[in-house]
Design a protein around this ligand. Structure first.
Ligand code: M6R
Length: 613
């Protein structure tokens, strides 16, 4: 999705803005641009294509302004083009605006502005914003220091939809104004300088101190001062948050791609996520939660709601909670849940999982559950992210910044956190044998070293990828908990290799999909559940008989005679196996993408965090 960077300080803004945009590239975009306050007025430099193209624009080297705003655009309204790129100026060239989000009533506002003499030069929804600000500015008869702020306030009150906006103006040459509703925005506090960004990693090398703007808030930013207001322009006292990620964790550290680095970071990210929540011979501990037996006994059902990979992590959470706590769990896709009128009441616990914590559908689903009086619990990787500010309770995975669009270490951290949560509930509810719970806990503590061992399959997977990278279709099969892994493995492959792939519960094969199996087609199977080995093996034999080329990921000793490649991973408790069995599939997607010469970290059409519907 679109990305925002802003700088106000004593240094030249342009190199800082471009550097920030480069760090936001992973979010996905099709054009880039920036605007600075120059001695002669506002500069605008923008074009479609990559951020680095900005360096080639005429006059970019002459910019001296120390205040500027910048943007990467992911086209929604209007094709990728120079005209549609941000920043957008108002007709008088006094206000420049960059915007993330979607203005739903832009047609109505555009008609209003056209009736009032304004002209539009782009097809974007964004262009109404600078003109609306100009409209309110020119209607304001009071010429005091708050005039621009009041114009921004009135414009924000007129906007429907979602926005994170940055505004600079020749009328306010020592400030940047930012405002937000339903799109993320953070302000990084420096010394004699401040930074603005749509996410933390892009400005992590400058500061660890962040302000998180909430919906319907406006900030007036100076080099050494920041004031926060609500939409009535009443002042808000906002506390700065310290984020303990280090800047190096947002770099590649010698790896060819962020995705590979993040796959190999999983022993650490899982260990960090478990952290002090689990210590030998102690009950599982979540300081952030104060759930007691009475509260949990009153929970009639649990919803786990998320999108994409986070939803797949939720499926393993369901397996764990239902088995250990005997509470029914429904896993739902956030974009479905929010429009379904789900049966949620004060006795429902709704768990929302989001790596970024900024996914628009997940946030909307959370707000809906709150309106139905459910208890809400957010699981996110980003401290202070929107879902954590919205939910009654929040838990963090400690995976560190995840930059690659394809989620890997966040997924395994989410799964392990859900396993811990299920154990925590089960210990309070006394719903499962304590001896068995202890066995699972010991296995969780052993996971980091088992992940290390699993990663050793990398070369074998690379060789298999070389054999199949030109395939058009790949099928993933699994039963029970392995079906969750098949779904996630298939998503990874689609995302970064552009190969069509489908995941099926192996038992469903005969009910239709087997019609697609023909000579040479690749079928990847996951087998980790002791009780289901025989069943899945039978399904594999059925596809082999029809000529399929097969890869099996397993922790069992299988009869391997006619399977093309078996990857043996360490054994573990079945509930935990998705944390290990997904690793070869992450590597498979990665190496296929590399063989095809694709951009692994920034796959086409995809954005790291989907902040619009
Ligand atoms: O930030 P979130 O966890 O809410 O993101 C949800 C999905 O957009 C995300 O998992 C997406 O499916 C990834 N690209 C998967 O690799």
């Amino acid at each position: 999705m679109c990305g925002i960077i802003g700088y106000i300080g004593l240094k030249k803004a342009t190199p800082i803005l471009i550097n920030g945009l480069l760090r936001l590239e992973y979010r996905g975009y099709d054009s880039a641009g920036l605007s600075t306050i120059e001695p002669g007025g506002l500069s605008i430099m923008k074009d479609k294509g990559r951020v680095k193209n900005l360096y080639k624009l005429d006059g970019i080297d002459d910019l001296v302004g120390t205040i500027g705003i910048a943007h990467t655009r992911w086209a929604t309204h209007g094709k990728p083009s120079k005209e549609n790129s941000h920043p957008h100026l108002d007709n008088s060239n006094h206000f420049a605006v960059v915007h993330n989000g979607i203005i739903e009533n832009y047609n109505e506002l555009k008609d209003f502005l056209i009736d009032n003499g304004y002209t539009f030069y782009s097809q974007t929804d964004t262009e109404v914003i600078p003109n609306l600000i100009h409209y309110y500015y020119s209607k304001d008869s009071k010429n005091d220091s708050q005039r621009v702020l009041r114009a921004v306030q009135s414009a924000c009150k007129s906007l429907k939809g979602s926005y994170a906006i940055q505004i600079i103006s020749t009328y306010l040459p020592d400030n940047i104004i930012v405002a937000k509703k339903d799109s993320p925005l953070v302000i990084g506090k420096g010394t004699e300088e401040n930074y603005i960004s749509s996410d933390i990693p892009a400005i992590l090398s400058f500061t660890n101190e962040f302000y998180f703007l909430d919906d319907f808030e406006i900030a007036l930013i100076e080099r050494n001062n920041i004031e926060f207001f609500d939409l009535n322009l009443s002042k808000i006292d906002k506390k700065v948050k310290n984020i303990d990620w280090n800047a190096g964790s947002a770099d590649k550290n010698g790896y060819e791609d962020f995705m590979l680095k993040e796959i190999f970071e999983q022993p650490i990210s899982v260990r960090e996520t478990v952290g002090s929540r689990l210590t030998e011979n102690e009950n599982c501990c979540f300081d952030e939660l104060n759930f007691n037996k009475e509260f949990l006994l009153n929970i009639n059902k649990i919803y786990i709601v998320a999108c994409g990979t986070a939803m797949h992590a939720g499926l393993s959470g369901k397996n764990a909670i239902e088995k250990l706590c005997k509470i029914p769990v429904t896993v739902d896709i956030a974009s479905e849940f929010r429009y379904r009128d789900p049966i949620v009441d004060k006795n429902t616990l709704c768990i929302f999982i989001s790596q970024s914590g900024e996914t628009a559908d997940t946030i909307a689903a959370l707000k809906l559950s709150k309106s139905k009086n459910a208890t809400t619990l957010a699981i996110s990787n980003v401290v202070g992210s929107s879902i954590t500010r919205e939910a009654d309770y929040s838990l963090y995975t400690h995976a560190g910044p995840e930059i690659a669009v394809a989620s890997t270490k966040a997924y395994t951290s989410q799964v392990v956190l859900l396993e811990l949560l299920a154990i925590y509930f089960a210990e309070i509810l006394e719903s499962y044998s304590f001896k068995e719970l202890n066995n699972i806990k010991n296995e969780i503590l052993a996971l980091p070293s088992k992940i290390e061992a699993t990663l050793k399959c990398s070369d074998d997977i690379k060789n298999f990828a070389k054999q199949i990278y030109q395939e058009k279709d790949v099928f993933f099969l699994g039963r029970g908990i392995d079906y969750n892994t098949a779904l996630e493995g298939s998503l990874k492959l689609k995302e970064i290799s552009y190969i069509h792939s489908e995941a099926y519960a192996a038992g469903e094969l005969k009910h239709g999909p087997i019609a697609l199996i023909e000579n040479g087609i690749t079928v990847v199977s996951v087998i980790t559940d002791e009780q289901l080995v025989e069943k899945t093996i039978s399904n594999i034999q059925e596809v082999i008989t029809r000529g399929a080329h097969t890869l099996v990921i397993t922790n069992k000793n299988l009869p391997t005679n006619n399977i093309d490649k078996v990857i043996l991973i360490p054994d573990t408790y079945t509930l935990l196996s998705p944390i290990l069995s997904i690793i070869p599939l992450q590597l498979l997607a990665y190496y296929i993408s590399k063989e095809k010469g694709l951009d692994v970290d920034k796959p086409r059409n995809l954005a790291k965090s989907v902040t619009v519907e």
